[in-house]
Ligand binder design. Structure first.
Ligand SMILES: Nc1ncnc2c1ncn2[C@@H]1O[C@H](COP(=O)(O)OP(=O)(O)OP(=O)(O)O)[C@@H](O)[C@H]1O
Ligand SMILES: [Mg+2]
Length: 155
């Protein structure tokens, strides 16, 4: 059997008095690829934010490799996110005062097991934009820079 990477149990999320997610269960195995579909406002981003511990659920549990990440301190959660999770945000969240190269480096870890930045950006077709600032890039180019930032550390 494949290793269970992420397991969500009875997760609900309430904003003010309105439930956006109600009793969601989900299971993701190692190397599994899934897509979450739903109409605008149905709670996809909320769900991804909970899965990646950016947001805490109102009730329920999120287990990452068997460890409940909804009960961890902010510091512990930040460590898990830095080590194991790569996120591409709906709003790109590139830092405006940093070049694309610097933005991508921010997602990196200080060891040499990472993907080579130049090779990754060549694959993504943004290698010629590394010394530019985010506001010079098109939406799609910014999104590819976010993908590079998310995957460079092999999360
Ligand atoms: N911080 C918040 N406070 C209050 N309501 C919120 C908050 N964040 C999200 N919502 C509401 O929760 C609902 C789900 O939002 P979410 O961003 O998860 O939708 P989505 O499925 O990602 O939509 P889209 O496809 O448009 O990106 C929306 O109705 C939104 O207005
Ligand atoms: Mg969304």
């Amino acid at each position: 059997m494949e290793e269970v990477l992420l397991e969500v149990k009875s997760v609900s999320k309430k904003f003010e008095d309105r439930y956006v997610l109600e009793n969601v269960d989900m299971r993701l195995e190692n190397c599994q690829f899934i897509a979450i579909l739903g109409h605008s406002g149905s709670g996809k981003s909320t769900m991804l934010n909970i899965l990646s511990s950016v947001l805490r659920p109102s009730t329920g549990y999120v287990f990452y490799k068997g460890r409940d990440i909804t009960k961890l301190s902010k510091k512990e959660v930040a460590e898990i996110r830095r080590e194991y999770i790569g996120l591409v945000f709906q709003h790109y969240m590139l830092l405006p005062n940093l070049t694309i190269r610097e933005n991508i480096e921010i997602g990196n870890k200080k060891d040499n097991k990472n993907i080579n930045l130049e090779e990754l950006c060549t694959l993504l077709g943004i290698q010629h934009l590394l010394e530019h600032y985010p506001y010079h890039l098109s939406g799609g180019e910014q999104q590819r820079a976010c993908i590079a930032r998310a995957v460079i550390k092999k999360p």
